[in-house]
Design a protein around this ligand. Structure first.
Ligand SMILES: *Cc1c(COP(=O)(O)O)cnc(C)c1O
Length: 377
């Protein structure tokens, strides 16, 4: 009997040196939310992202978004614009701060925040008497958002950008790394991301003072005193020195991971691109996606479900594209500016297995199973 192993959507992929750094943490007893691995991991991120970036390693990407919004002064009663087509972690921190999310739909070229709907939303909210406090823009699935257009609008209305780069470490726009375009950027090192520390994140900023402020807030906001003194509400959001050891090892193989994910995408495109029912997201001129997840658009909800369920029966995990926030039960009462783009993507789109550790046999098996679901009448 032939047994096949389950193929996951996106699973962790260790490089080999991670355990040396973790062992070092144990050997030196730096088993704490600070230490040499944290510092070295931050330097590795700063060198990689470049463009004058300073990094604060944190416990998660969600924590990084929370601190970013807090540092930008978001508080109760404020409004924050958020890309609707994203994972809920982009929007939840707006709620933590007692602010109101205002959701904006996507454009079709990158699937990210639509510049025209963004401007419409800002004008509407200003006419309503409230200037939004921040814009959360997301490089979904690794594809950079319309960096120049979104920046021009943000600057025109003087609203800072929180750049959610959780899925886009290794992606670039005109040669500049994602994570360095926002007033504050964030990364995630969750288990399913392009590199992982099992759980973790980072806040990115060009300002050393803002980095210091993020670390201050992430370590319980202790004032400079010999006793424990606090004049701010603090958080326990710093990254563990043990996990930062995993991160150091992962940074050494990041470029390989990007290459492997891009090669998965190229494989799917070469085997399925000729099928007229399927559409793939192309990179516009100057855009370089890490292809965190490879996605296809099918002709209909029924076809998408047919593919998803037939692959599931064969132990192959796929997943519908993100369900937009303006359609989520928890968020549907909040203001939104939509034109049907993200709801159609959600209905028809499917993420294919995309791990950097997929073998060519895995990829062949996945493509064969998809081809077996044809024709669609
Ligand atoms: C994963 C992810 C996050 C949250 O990161 P965590 O480290 O899991 O908290 C935020 N935004 C997007 C778009 C993500 O994919």
């Amino acid at each position: 009997m032939i047994t096949t192993t389950k193929i996951w959507l996106s699973s962790p992929h260790m490089g080999g040196t991670e355990q040396n750094y973790v062992k070092e943490a144990f050997d030196t007893n730096w088993v704490a939310p600070l230490g040499p691995n944290v510092n070295s991991f931050e330097h590795a991120i700063e060198n990689y992202v470049g463009n004058g970036t300073h990094a604060a390693a944190l416990s998660s990407g969600t924590a990084a978004i929370h601190l970013a919004l807090e540092i930008l002064g978001v508080s109760r009663g404020d409004e924050v614009i958020c890309q609707s087509f994203t994972f809920s972690a982009s929007a939840n921190p707006i709620m933590y701060l007692g602010a109101t999310p205002v959701f904006v739909d996507s454009e079709k070229e990158t699937w990210n925040i639509s510049p025209s709907l963004l401007e419409e939303a800002i004008k509407d909210r200003i006419a309503n008497g409230i200037t939004p406090k921040a814009i959360v823009a997301v490089h979904l699935y690794g594809m950079p958002y319309k960096v120049d257009e979104v920046r021009a609008i943000a600057d025109k209305y003087n609203i800072p950008i929180v750049e959610d780069s959780a899925e886009a470490l290794g992606s670039t726009h005109n040669g500049i790394h994602c994570g360095s375009f926002g007033d504050i950027g964030i990364l995630s090192f969750n288990g399913n991301k392009i590199i992982t520390t099992s759980g973790g994140g980072a806040l990115l900023t060009k300002s050393p003072e803002l980095k210091e402020k993020a670390v201050f807030l992430a370590t319980q906001a202790r004032d400079n005193a010999p006793h424990y003194q606090h004049s701010h509400v603090g958080y326990n959001y710093r990254m563990s020195n043990v996990l930062a050891g995993i991160g150091r090892g992962q940074m050494e193989v990041l470029d390989d991971r990007v290459a492997a994910r891009r090669s998965n995408h190229a494989y799917y495109l070469s085997k399925l691109g000729h099928i007229k029912e399927f559409t793939f997201l192309q990179e516009p001129e100057g855009y370089f996606s890490n292809r965190w997840l490879s996605c296809i658009l099918t002709p209909s909800f029924e076809v998408r479900e047919k593919i998803r369920t037939s692959l599931l029966k064969e132990e192959v995990e796929t997943r519908p594209l993100w369900k937009p926030m303006h359609l989520q039960p928890i968020f549907k009462e909040y203001p939104s500016f939509t034109d049907g783009t993200s709801s159609a993507l959600f209905e028809r789109g499917l993420c294919l297995p995309s791990g950097s550790n997929l073998s060519i046999d895995d990829l062949e098996r996945i493509v064969d199973l998809i081809l077996k679901t044809l024709p669609y009448d």
